[in-house]
Design a protein around this ligand. Structure first.
Ligand code: ADP
Length: 259
């Protein structure tokens, strides 16, 4: 982290927030938001004060994952009170930009909305603020990564994307803005069969770990493809809170400990 502070252009921090980390992915649908939610809850389970900033303009899913909705109330002036789910403070692009707003308007609004969500929200004292980034590595993502004083980034990838170059693009994007990559999480790593209870390495095994090593970044862990993760996420009760002692929650908590 110190290295990042020395090399990054001065971006003022947010008073009260100790560390801001981004969760990013090279493309959509790889489980970035699911990982963000469970990682944040894993950090909270380790006793940290945690917030989540949902910056995914294309599909803000943090409100659903934390089972929170509504408009954040203004406290004083422009300062908004974040919503809260499972002890985690939550702000989402979904609260700020109407769903029907055409994408053409959303682009220019995004940076001001992001700045407001970061700096004009009563986050209070937080150990970690986890930012759910929009998928991809284009200009919008780069600008966001530049605007937020990030201590580091976690990249979520599926085994196929690692084989393709999406994860590598993510790494390069953060390199360009001098944000250290904290590591790669492999999601949908293997299939846990609900019928036979067996583990099926559909995409082979060990590729992600080897690729992370080759890229010189930590490998943070493998999350299985399971009904349980999908069902609990859709129900707004992520697996780390709905089955905190289970094996899958354990994987997320281990990842949280490494971050
Ligand atoms: P992204 O944020 O990358 O677009 P999401 O987190 O919204 O992806 O996940 C996309 C879909 O895949 C959701 O329906 C989610 O519940 C499901 N999903 C994500 N990770 C897993 C997993 N490990 N096992 C089963 N379903 C998953």
């Amino acid at each position: 982290q110190r290295a990042a502070e020395e090399t990054a252009p001065a971006k003022p921090g947010v008073p009260g927030i100790k560390h801001i980390i981004a969760v990013a992915s090279g493309k959509g649908g790889v489980g970035k938001s699911t990982t963000t939610a469970n990682l944040a809850l894993g950090l909270a389970a380790h006793g940290l004060k945690v917030g989540v900033l949902d910056a995914d303009i294309y599909g803000p899913s943090v409100p659903r994952l934390f089972n929170v909705s509504g408009r954040p109330e203004p406290l004083s002036g422009r300062v908004l009170k974040p919503l809260e789910g499972y002890g985690v403070k939550v702000m989402s692009m979904g609260f700020m930009v109407e769903e029907e707003t055409p994408m053409i308007w959303r682009g220019p609004m995004v940076i001001s909305a992001l700045t407001q969500m970061l700096r004009e929200v009563a986050w209070g004292e937080l150990d970690v603020l986890v930012v759910d980034m929009p998928p991809g590595t284009g200009d919008a993502q780069l600008t966001m990564a530049q605007q937020v004083p990030l201590a580091g980034a976690v990249i979520v990838s599926t085994p196929q994307d690692l084989a393709l170059i999406d994860a590598r693009k993510g790494l390069n994007m953060f390199k360009r803005v001098d944000v250290p990559v904290l590591g790669i999480v492999e999601n949908m790593s293997y299939f846990l069969c609900p019928d036979c209870g067996g583990r099926h390495d559909i995409f082979g095994h060990g590729g992600a770990r080897a690729e992370a090593e080759r890229l010189g970044v930590p490998f943070l862990g493998e999350i299985p493809l399971t009904m349980k993760i999908r069902e609990t996420s859709d129900a707004g009760t992520p697996v780390v809170v709905s089955d905190p002692e289970g094996a899958i929650a354990g994987v997320y908590k281990d990842i949280a400990a490494k971050v």
